[in-house]
Every structure is written in structure tokens, then in C-alpha cells.
Ligand binder design. Structure first.
Ligand code: 5GP
Ligand code: MN
Length: 357
């Protein structure tokens, strides 16, 4: 990879970095990591690009400090992200329960990335909660469950966990990313790119500075774009067409739109994890629509995805009605009702929430 050039030592970068991290975060993190002998890095159920990108970037970076670590995720990540885990380092709990449990039980340090409530790791929650290992959180969601962690590095002003991790690593490296491994650079870029929906949401000035530095470092943005956003099956594209043509319901009087996909539809279009990524944003492209939802029927629950393009808080909406949480403009949750009742439940809940605000 190309070395840094002089232009990357910009003064604004220095100030931004200081603003994103609390004083001593990097020193504290370094201290805890250096005194650990068995490190496990964890992320949330249904890992997305930011989740997978951050765990892989951190593992690879820690190895340059001489710290070995293992990665555990609760269930599989989407196929189009497999290239990030090219060595197959990620232990998927739902596939390898015993080995995931063994690794967590023997850990003396657990680092949680891209989630902030232990319930987001589902069946792994009790094991992690009851573990005597030290626990560190690095995350960008509001209202972290602080009491569950010994060190919390949290900031909601960044685009992604990968961005926060970028600033943390940069500070640990005294303000330069010259020495970070190529795998870390690439993974951090992918996590930021996917969490911002390809530079369209939650992009702040610092996000561009981070991108700038990673591109100077040699990250190949065209290849990553193709791998992440052009790796779908034909069935996925047709499911998208079906969702827009036949399933999207628009409620102009509420400024909202939603899509419900049943299990049989998902089967018909040979649904793979990650295929519906981005669908929830589509109603927001319609004039006057500022709230949107996507519901997908799973075996034991309905998965809920919520978005807003104004000051309507889908984080609050999800906490109140959908057993979930997230960010102000992007949140998720679960429903435990028959799929036939979801439309009416959503419309009623939204009416109540809009009246209450
Ligand atoms: P997505 O709609 O892309 O699955 O999720 C949007 C945001 O909401 C993400 O930041 C994600 O972490 C959060 N989120 C998604 N599902 C859940 C959930 O079931 N519980 C909580 N607490 N957050 C969720
Ligand atoms: Mn994220």
C-alpha cells in the first residue's frame, strides 16, 4: 500500500479526532488490551457491514500489537461480506456452539462492537453477562447499557462503529494510520460505507476525513463498491421489484410508507440474509414520505426495520412499539404477532406516536 503523504497530516483531522474520543480513551483501551491474555471480539445478531468490518479490523490491528484475539458472532453474516472474512476466522455461534462457548468462557477480555445492549447477542447474552472477563464497548448507538461494561467508548456523532474505531486506532498510533494492516483499512472502509448506505446517511465531516486517509493508505474503493453493492442474485433484484410494485403501502396522510414481506414470498425469491438490505429506504424517495418501515417474517418473529428522514425518532418509536432500538433515524426491532396483523399494528402505533409528539 502507498505510504501517507504530507497532506494527510491535516490540522482539522487532529481536532476532529480529539472531539470524537474522550480524554484517555485510547490509553485506557491500550492498557486493558495489553494486560489481557485471551481476547474475544463480539458483535450483534445479523451482523451487517459495520459489525463485521469492525470486528475484523480490530482483530487484525490487535495482532500488530502482539495481541491475539478470536471473533464470535451470534449468527451468519451476509454472503457478500464473506471477502472480509477470507481466512474464515469468524466463529459463528449458531453453527459452532461448542467452540464459540469455549472461546467466550476462556476469555479474560471481551470487546463488544457495534451494539450496546447485551440482549442484541440473543442466546450469547447470559454467557457474556455472567463472564468474569473485563468488558469493553466500542459503539455508536444512543443509550448504551454502561453498567454491563468496564470501559465504554461510545459516540453517536460518528457514521459508524468503524469510524469510531478508526479514530481510536489512529490515536493509539499517535495520529497516523501508516502502520495499520491493509485488512483493517479495507474493513473499516466497508463498515463506514455500508452503515452510511454508500455515503448517503449519517455522513459527517469526519467521515470524509477518515475516507480520505484510508484512500491515501491504499484502500481500493471501486473494488469494494463492486463487492458490496454489486454482488446480488437475480432473485434479489426481482424481490426488490416485487416489493416496490406489489407490496409497498403509502400513507400520505401520515407521511409514511411500509413494506411487509412474508416467509412464503421470501422463499419464492430464494431469500438470502442481506437481500433486503436497503429496501427500507425506498419509500423515503417519495415526495412527502419521511417515515418508513420494512417487516420481514422470520421463523419465530417479524423483523422490523425503521427509518426517518426528519426529526421523528424511530429509536423512540421502536423502543415503545417494536421491542427494539437503534439511532434517531435508523432503528430496528422485533414483533411477535401474526404477519397478517402487522400492517394494522404499524398504522395504529404510528398514529398514536404522531399524536403523542
Ligand atoms: P436495520 O434496520 O438496518 O436492521 O437496523 C437499523 C439500526 O437499528 C441499526 O443501527 C441496528 O443496530 C439497530 N437495530 C436493528 N435491529 C435491532 C433490534 O432488534 N434491537 C435493537 N436494540 N437495535 C436494533
Ligand atoms: Mn453500526
Amino acid at each position: 500500500m502507498r505510504p501517507h503523504n504530507i497532506f494527510s497530516i491535516f490540522v482539522p483531522t487532529f481536532f476532529l479526532m480529539k472531539g470524537y474520543l474522550k480524554r484517555n480513551s485510547a490509553d485506557n483501551f491500550k492498557k486493558v488490551v495489553n494486560s489481557a491474555t485471551s481476547v474475544v471480539i463480539l458483535t450483534h445478531t445479523n451482523p451487517d457491514g459495520d459489525a463485521l468490518g469492525s470486528v475484523i479490523a480490530l482483530k487484525s490491528y490487535l495482532s500488530t500489537l502482539g495481541v491475539r484475539s478470536r471473533i464470535v458472532v451470534p449468527n451468519p453474516y451476509p454472503k457478500n461480506l464473506k471477502f472480509l472474512d477470507s481466512d474464515g476466522d469468524v466463529i459463528i455461534y449458531s453453527w459452532k456452539k461448542e467452540s464459540a462457548e469455549r472461546v467466550i468462557k476462556s476469555a479474560d477480555l471481551i470487546i463488544a462492537l457495534d451494539f450496546n445492549q447485551l440482549k442484541r447477542i440473543d442466546d450469547l447474552e447470559p454467557l457474556v453477562r455472567n463472564s468474569s472477563a473485563k468488558k469493553i464497548l466500542i459503539d455508536h448507538h444512543p443509550l448504551p447499557e454502561k453498567e454491563a461494561f468496564d470501559l465504554v467508548i461510545s459516540n453517536t456523532e460518528v457514521s459508524s462503529t468503524c469510524e469510531l474505531l478508526f479514530w481510536l486506532i489512529r490515536e493509539m498510533e499517535d495520529g497516523s494510520i501508516n502502520r495499520i494492516p491493509d485488512i483493517s483499512a479495507q474493513s473499516l472502509y466497508v463498515g463506514m460505507m455500508t452503515d452510511t448506505n454508500n455515503f448517503s446517511n449519517s455522513v459527517e465531516a469526519g467521515t470524509f476525513l477518515m475516507s480520505y486517509e484510508l484512500l491515501l493508505h491504499g484502500v481500493d474503493k471501486e473494488t469494494l463498491q463492486l463487492k458490496v453493492f454489486a454482488g446480488f442474485t437475480e432473485e434479489r433484484m426481482r424481490l426488490m421489484g416485487h416489493s416496490l410494485l406489489n407490496k409497498m403501502k403509502i400513507l400520505p396522510e401520515l407521511g409514511a410508507g411500509y413494506i411487509i414481506l412474508t416467509k412464503s414470498e421470501l422463499d419464492e425469491f430464494k431469500f438470502l440474509e442481506g437481500d433486503s438490505e436497503g429496501f427500507v429506504n425506498m419509500p423515503l424517495n417519495i415526495y412527502g414520505i419521511t417515515i418508513s418501515a420494512l417487516f420481514t417474517e422470520k421463523d419465530e418473529h417479524i423483523r422490523v426495520s425503521l427509518r426517518s428522514s426528519d426529526d421523528f425518532s424511530v429509536n423512540q418509536f421502536s423502543r415503545k412499539y417494536f421491542n427494539g432500538a437503534g439511532h434517531e433515524r435508523a432503528a430496528g426491532g422485533r414483533l411477535y404477532i401474526p404477519v397478517e396483523e402487522v400492517g394494522e399494528y404499524f398504522e395504529e402505533s404510528l398514529r398514536k406516536e404522531l399524536e403523542a409528539n
